[in-house]
Every structure is written in structure tokens, then in C-alpha cells.
Write a protein that binds this ligand. Structure first.
Ligand code: F0G
Length: 456
């Protein structure tokens, strides 16, 4: 096969620069060995996250000029609302400033203290909102999702139906306001959920009268995996797959900063009138009018256009295959990564990369810091620091101790990814000299964002 060149050309550039090794050593020390605390200008290639880091198209930029910044009833809101209704098939849409705004609304509306919220692996902000509403998250993803080496499973994000049903029987369906199904599963490595599993989860949930709420954040990437891995869908369009996926949900939250191909935005969607009424009442308190929810008119226009562009097969194929291109280089060089490679990121297995650093000395945090120091590439810890502490104050100790190399949409070319691969492969050859870290400052919630460390 010929190489899969970028399905876009570059019209505007943003210069980037590589600091000297001495400068990088100083900067990461000043940042408390936390890549979140680095200044963007000190970063050469930024693969911290794919969230809000997307490059917009000429069509989206043109849409910004049509921003209707009315306080109420903005034309761009009507466009966004109609686009979500059409593409996802939900009746009601409530705008929010980003995904966690929607998570806040749905958690406050549906979760009562003492309830349980099953999900296919936790996500940081999603679980934080569930817990703040008095609920307990219960992981019902298949066991294999926690094993970075199982590469024979095409849909590693699937819900384990037996685990889910056992929870229902144990606590009773009335204690489960909804199941949250993430498509794809970020912290499992960007792993997808199959259409067959979505269908089964929905059927089981309906038997017990439980709602199904999708975390739609990376749903287009999930649709691409369904198209290429689930035989019946080989000829289906991405839009048709997305539409069918969401027919197995009663509502969703979405961070537009990922598959919406914008820099900011989100929404809550539902088919239930009562949930919608409560959400519109609450959104004015936390986000803004139900016709903007924290977004500018122009942002909503770009979001509506971005969602439609995301349904393009050449776009999503390149996006997911570009991630695979980076992953394959690391695999070929013997760097331990989560397999199969997911939709938005390559996850390096820090436990295996640094077997001499115990989890209590934060191998993934230490490795992310070392990658920056070595190459100016900014990645992110997704291990014990991200997992946080439980209600008793005990560290959640996840099996997966990972460094995430997250690819922004339409931003970097293959040669940027070659540089990243070369840097990580080189560092792998010198891994013995990377040691662990200890806390200097630990924030009470979502500690990974602002925590500080020092070298042991
Ligand atoms: N759900 C998933 C699966 C996410 O990955 C994120 C954000 C959110 C919800 C929250 O959305 O940031 O718009 O409030 N993930 C980012 C990341 C932060 O880097 O993975 P948000």
C-alpha cells in the first residue's frame, strides 16, 4: 500500500522551537516534573492531549465570521442543535462549555447519594462528577482491557455484560441511574466498543429499566474501528455507523474538543423531556443560557461544522491511521506499548519500560518527565497519579501505568511523529538511568493537573 499522506495541506503555520538540553532540564525541574505545568512555548512537539488542540479547517474558520453573538437564540446555536439532532439522533441538546460541564449536569440530575454508576473504565473528570454527586463508580469493562499486552482483542473497550448484570443483581436496578459507556475508552488506550456490544448493553439495560448514557467524546474514532473491524459494517458510512451507535443510548455527554475538531465546547443530549427540562434549568446556573452554555456564537458555528467534517472517511481514516503509524514504529523497536493501538493516542507501558521503578515511585510520571527532558516532546501520565485516591484516601493503584502520546487532530505531519518515535526509542535504550519521583505537593482532587514532584 502507498503511504497514507495527510488529507489536507497547510495554509498557516505556527513556528515551534526546541530548547537546549540544559534549558529543558531546568524547565521540567521548575515544573515539578509535571508536564501539565510546563509552558507551551517551552515544548517542541506537544502530544500532551488531543483535547482542544485540533487544527480547524478553512471552512470552520470561515464559519467564525458568521458568529451570531446574541445572548439568546443565536443562529449558530440553532445550527449546532440541528447538527447534533441529525448526526446523533437525540431529541434534546443542551450546550456546555466543554465535556465536564455536561458531566456535571447529568451527574447532578440523575445520581442520588448511595447510587452506583457502572462504566467501561473510569475517566478522571467523569468519575469526579459522579463521586461529587454522591455516587460510586463501578468498573464493568472486560478484564482484558486492563492488560496492555492482549493485542488479539479488536474491541477492548467492551462492557463485560456478566459484570454489569452481577452489579445490577447485587445493588438493585433502582440504585443504578444509568450506565456510562465511553466510545472509545480513553484510559484503556483509546480502545473501541463494538456495535454488537452496544446493542447488548442497551438490551440488558432496558430489561432492568436502566438508562444508557454514552460518553461521546471520541465517538467518530469508535465508528471508524467498527467500520474496519466489525465485518457487517465494512460498507457502511461513518455517519450511518455513528447514527446506529447512538440509537443504543438514551443520552450522551460530549467534549467537542476531541471529535468535534474544535478548541472548546461540549453538550449534553437526551431523549428524555424531564432530564432536558432539569438540564436547561441547571445550565443557566453553571454554564450560561441554554442557547450558548459557555460557548461563543462563533465557537458553536465551528463546532457544528467540525462535527460534520469528522464524518468524512478520508479524515477519520488518516486520523486513526496516523496514530497507528507512531505506534507501529515503537512496537517495531521493542518499546512496550498498549496493544492494539487505539484511536487517539499511543500509550507507553511505563511499568515495563521502567521495571526498576515501583508504582509508588510513579514510573509513568517519571517517564513523561524524562521524555520531555530528552526531546522537548510533551506527553502525559496516565497511571497512579491520574487515578487519584478513593473515598478512604487510599491510592487507586491501576494495573495500567501509562504514558500517553496523544495526537492532536490535523496538527502534526508524519515527520513530527518520526521525531517522537526516534526520541522514545533512544530513551528506551537508556532507560536504566531514569529513576522515580516523590510528592512535593499533592492537590486534593484531579491531582495530576497541578501536583508537584521531586526526583528521588
Ligand atoms: N470524557 C473523556 C473520555 C475525555 O477524554 C474527556 C477529556 C472528557 C470526558 C472531559 O471533557 O475536557 O472537554 O471537559 N479528556 C481530556 C484528555 C482532558 O486529555 O483526555 P472536557
Amino acid at each position: 500500500m502507498r503511504s497514507l499522506a495527510e488529507p489536507y495541506k497547510i495554509k498557516m503555520v505556527e513556528p515551534i522551537a526546541l530548547l537546549s538540553p540544559e534549558e529543558r532540564r531546568e524547565r521540567i525541574m521548575e515544573a515539578g516534573y509535571n508536564t501539565f505545568l510546563l509552558r507551551s512555548r517551552d515544548v517542541y512537539i506537544d502530544i500532551l492531549t488531543d483535547s482542544g488542540t485540533n487544527a480547524m479547517s478553512d471552512n470552520q474558520w470561515a464559519g467564525l465570521m458568521l458568529g451570531d453573538e446574541a445572548y439568546a437564540g443565536s443562529n449558530n446555536w440553532l445550527h449546532l442543535e440541528a447538527t447534533v439532532q441529525e448526526l446523533f439522533g437525540f431529541r434534546y441538546v443542551v450546550p456546555t462549555h466543554q465535556g465536564r460541564g455536561a458531566e456535571n449536569l447529568i451527574s447532578k440530575i440523575l445520581i442520588k447519594p448511595g447510587m452506583y454508576v457502572p462504566g467501561n473504565m473510569y475517566f478522571t473528570t467523569t468519575r469526579a462528577h459522579q463521586e461529587m454527586a454522591g455516587g460510586s463508580f463501578v468498573d464493568v469493562i472486560i478484564d482484558e482491557a486492563h492488560d496492555s499486552k492482549r493485542d488479539d482483542i479488536p474491541f477492548k473497550g467492551n462492557v463485560d455484560l456478566a459484570k454489569y448484570e452481577a452489579l445490577i443483581k447485587r445493588v438493585g436496578p433502582e440504585k443504578i441511574p444509568y450506565i456510562c459507556v465511553a466510545v472509545t475508552v480513553n484510559l484503556a488506550g483509546g480502545q473501541p466498543v463494538s456495535m454488537a456490544n452496544l446493542r447488548d448493553v442497551y438490551a440488558l439495560s432496558k430489561r432492568y429499566g436502566i438508562r444508557v448514557i454514552f460518553d461521546a467524546t471520541r465517538c467518530v474514532e469508535n465508528a471508524y474501528f467498527i467500520k474496519v473491524r466489525e465485518p457487517e459494517y465494512g460498507d457502511a458510512s461513518i455517519a450511518a455507523i455513528v447514527k446506529e451507535m447512538f440509537s443504543y443510548a438514551d443520552g450522551c455527554t460530549m467534549s467537542g474538543k476531541k471529535d468535534g475538531i474544535v478548541n472548546m465546547g461540549g453538550f449534553l443530549a437526551t431523549n428524555e423531556e424531564d432530564t432536558y427540562r432539569q438540564a436547561t434549568a441547571m445550565v443557566v446556573v453553571y454554564e450560561g443560557m441554554p442557547s450558548y452554555g459557555g460557548m461563543n456564537g462563533r465557537d458553536m458555528e465551528a463546532f457544528a461544522r467540525g462535527l460534520r467534517e469528522a464524518m468524512s472517511f478520508p479524515y477519520i481514516r488518516h486520523r486513526v491511521e496516523q496514530v497507528g503509524y507512531l505506534g507501529q514504529q515503537l512496537i517495531d523497536a521493542g518499546v512496550p506499548v498498549v496493544r492494539p493501538i487505539g484511536g487517539h493516542a499511543v500509550f507507553v507501558d511505563a511499568r515495563e519500560f521502567l521495571p526498576h521503578v515501583p508504582q509508588g515511585e510513579f514510573p509513568a510520571q517519571a517517564l513523561a518527565a524524562a521524555i520531555y527532558e530528552h526531546s522537548g516532546v510533551r506527553t502525559m501520565e496516565r497511571g497512579i497519579i491520574s487515578a487519584g485516591r478513593d473515598k478512604e484516601g487510599k491510592d487507586y493503584a491501576p494495573k495500567l501505568e501509562l504514558v500517553r502520546c496523544t495526537i492532536p487532530r490535523r496538527v502534526y505531519t508524519s515527520s513530527h511523529l518520526d521525531y517522537v518515535a526516534e526520541a522514545i526509542i533512544e530513551l528506551h535504550g537508556e532507560r536504566d538511568r531514569i529513576g522515580g519521583l516523590r510528592w512535593v505537593y499533592e492537590p486534593p482532587v484531579l491531582r495530576f493537573f497541578t501536583g508537584r514532584f521531586e526526583r528521588l
